[in-house]
Design a binder for this molecule. Sequence first.
Ligand code: 26Q
Length: 817
Amino acid sequence: METMDKETLKEEIKKQIKYRFRKNIEDASKQEVYQGICYALKEMIIDEWIDTHKKYETLDSKMVYYLSMEFLMGRALGNNLINFGAYKEVAEVIEELDAGDLYHIEEEEPDAALGNGGLGRLAACFMDSLATLGYPAYGCGIRYRYGMFRQEIENGYQKEMPDEWLKNGNPFEIERPEYAVEIKFGGHVDAEYNENGKMYFVHRDYESIQAVPFDMPIVGYQNGVVNTLRVWDARPMHSFDLDSFDRGNYAKARENKNNARSIVEVLYPNDNHETGKQLRLKQQYFFVSASLQTAVKKYMQRHDNICGLADKVCFQLNDTHPTVAVAELMRILMDEYGVEWEQAWKITTKCCAYTNHTIMAEALEKWPIALFSSLLPRVYQIVEEIHRRFTEEIKAFFGDDQDILSRMSILYDGQVHMARLAIAGSFSVNGVARLHTEILKNQELSDFYKLTPEKFNNKTNGITQRRFLVHGNPELSDWITKQIGAGFITNLPELEKLTALADDKKKMKEFAEIKANNKKRLAAYIQEHNGIEINVNSMIDCQVKRLHEYKRQMLNILYVITLYQEMKENPGKKYCPRTVLFGAKSAPGYERAKLIIKLINNVADTVNNDKSIKNQLKVVFIEDYKVSNAELIFAAADLSEQISTASKEASGTGNMKFMLNGAITIGTMDGANVEIVEEVGRENAFVFGLSSDQVIEYEHNGQYKAIEIYNENPKLKKALDSLVDGTFIKEGEDKNLFQGLHQALLYGQHSNIADRYFVLADYDSYMDAQKQAEELYMNPEEWNRKAFLNVCHAGKFSSDRTIEEYASEIWRLKSII
Ligand code: 26Q
């Protein structure tokens, strides 16, 4: 907040460039200017960063440790400048120095893509809100050498390229070798007895790896608070094994070194899908153990009795990925601090809280016992004992019911069930949207809910308006500030005050112009990165999110195909001009998802090159969808596609980002869409499709027959059959390329369930909803008004609200401001 005057700022930037690159600013590249600004800014925030942590210590604040395998941060510079309150000054200074413009300099920064999608981005939004609200918090994660892969589209196919985000260094991070800790893998455990005959356990013949923390500043919004995201790097314990070195085997001596680093080499690029790879479990234990050891050590520096830990520390588990924390905390308490089991369990279950992000069965984490116990022998022993006691508890409550035990046992069928361990070891279990939490309580986790109803609670997700409005859509943000002041930047419900302007023609025209400008900005990006020209006067219709069958990009492309076929049948007819944008990464091993990407690209090719369509329909697959280009897309969108099969999308957060930027939702009653529609009013959205109850009912009774729908609906039949009649097959391609997709929808493939995600069931009502959208779009004033009301009613969906709820209802934190 202590900003410098502009002249000092200029000197500082020039100085940084000079010392780091031996260059004067006029000779510096854009990358060098970018780094110069980062280091100058770092200098400005460093005192507040130090002071924030001093304050936490002096106040002996209770602290939340947000344990997450993923932090999808995106770029830091722009946001740090905004939150620090120096964005406009720096932008001016850069221009005065003739060093380019800030928008383009920001593009020099690679996205920190240490996450897959929603779950990782949520963690990043939470970091921003925690700092802005002044809550004592650490984000704890892994410093992956390679984050989410860079996506290239080649011939319509996804190609994965390594994400070398650290290539030019990471200006904001600080390495903290003095806080390195030891992590132990493998070996075996021996029981021994001390002189009093008390048994204790010794872990022997393990392999040690060193965890070295890197700290990244999380700047609160103009409040003097700077929190820390701490990501762990892995190193060999000793730089090389002297023993083998002495024997002259240098290569062997280096081997161990490579092994250690392989733990943090790469983010697993699977979203909502479990893989069961040993290295993944290593990653989990690695960062959890490092974070917990550090938290406990820090606590013990200020307190003499470990028993009060839960008064000062809370570990929030971001999904089951860090669940080994439950057993690791038990281990630390018992083996390192001599706490007895009962007492240790009390402490642990007062410290841990678990957030569930999915009900998709294939995402549930399970580890083969053999793998788990050989990698973490001592931790496994503890899991066994937790299991034994939990089983007693289940039996005492439900009786000896094998069905119930098969659904609740931590150890079952040769596997460690992580969600069950997380629930048993936590005092809080939360879902991420109201509907999702209800499904957890009444369906997926109903046994656990019966056993411990007091643990269950909802925390509807949110997003940070600092990134997704102030930074991503500066024109709209400035305009809103002119209308109602800047209060919404830290208090999003103030957007409600805008509602009064909905009847003011002039203001509504200004609002529409901002959207038009943002479309031009996006068009320039697409032109530069995809080489495609888009019609900025068309409806910008966006579906950007991970590629997953349950998210139903398939339903969207089927509509596109239908529309295309209609246009071909009615050559003279005038249609609502539409640009359909897709952005999506597929897990590299998810073949059907990859085929859907190929289908979208082939449809795009056919449609975009068909002269008879004129400018009425265009399809664009945006390569390498990521946080930084997402910001541009949200700002420019007219229509927000949120079309998952009801009950499958836990919350969604892209839906909120679109709403905040004045796009209208076309969506199912799934996840947070339910609450979005509740806030904005059903008349200001396009709602369609089966309800979650209907979907769940079909899943139970097996009565759903996709083939009947197909046979009874000629339009749908025509659209679907175009997948197998060669319409979208290019020269030289296998004419059966898309047969698998056709098959999966009509008859089922591999899994043998036809149309698992009810695409055909929702096709008709989706068509209707799309027709309504087109009709409304042809009436620009009406469209604009509804889009505007979406902005006005987006206040609930700030992650500030979400974090306030976590802080008061789960963590019991006190703000330092
Ligand atoms: C698990 C095991 C092995 C490898 C990878 C994984 C893995 C990785 C990522 C499993 C799941 C994820 C990510 C899940 C996710 O992003 N879930 C989304 O969370 C959002 C925030 O709560 C919700 O809005 C979305 O609805 C939900 O899909």
